[in-house]
Unconditional design. Structure first.
Length: 210
């Protein structure tokens, strides 16, 4: 019987150069440290080679729109302990985009990263329009893209979104055996679950009414 070879989603033929728009979402005064929080990712081209090197990544710059090719990309290896992206190597453009977004520690400027990733199931799940999404053709287009996305992010949730969120929280309560709140560890008896669900509904009604 002929053996069926399963496709390896981390195989070299799926290794891609990606362009990431990131911002600093860290607060050095806490344990939470995310200097490169991904805001958007675009596929650029395939990556050839086992090791990630500066010359190979710079070849990928040729596949970017002209305005991005002219930027001053700098080579950097990330720091794994600080949750940096692409610790084995990346090209960066820091500053000069004149785009700021709300972040954990306040408003943050945005940067661009050219790195290597895999076009696997996880990537496709997180980027549902990965096969049609085009890299902005100029800086103004990128600035407008962020402005539109921020409007969408700050738009109040629709009634349908509110209902989905509420039902998700209710399922979490129903599927839990205990919770920790101001009283300490609370075992969720059927009566306690009903009480918490009712309190949750009241909070949602107060938050979203009108």
């Amino acid at each position: 019987m002929e053996e069926i070879q399963e496709e390896n989603e981390y195989s070299d033929d799926k290794k891609k150069i990606t362009l990431e728009l990131v911002y600093d979402d860290s607060d050095s005064m806490t344990d939470y440290y995310a200097p490169d929080r991904t805001y958007e990712t675009w596929l650029v081209c395939s990556y050839k080679g086992k090791r990630i090197t500066e010359p190979r990544l710079r070849e990928g710059i040729k596949s970017l729109p002209a305005w991005l090719q002219k930027l001053n990309w700098t080579w950097q290896k990330g720091e794994p302990y600080s949750m940096s992206h692409h610790p084995k190597g990346q090209l960066r453009f820091d500053g000069g985009l004149d785009i700021r977004v709300k972040a954990y520690g306040g408003n943050s400027g945005m940067s661009l990263i050219l790195g290597v990733g895999y076009l696997n199931g996880l990537f496709k799940a997180n980027h549902k329009d990965w096969d049609t999404k085009e890299i902005p053709g100029n800086l103004e287009a990128l600035q407008n893209f962020v402005a539109d996305k921020e409007k969408e992010r700050n738009r109040p949730p629709t009634v349908e979104q509110q209902e989905r969120a509420l039902q998700g929280h209710i399922r979490d309560i129903q599927n839990s055996h205990a919770v920790i709140d101001g009283r300490g560890l609370v075992v969720l008896t059927p009566e306690e679950k009903e009480k918490q669900i009712q309190e949750l509904k009241e909070k949602f009604a107060q938050r979203y009414i009108n």
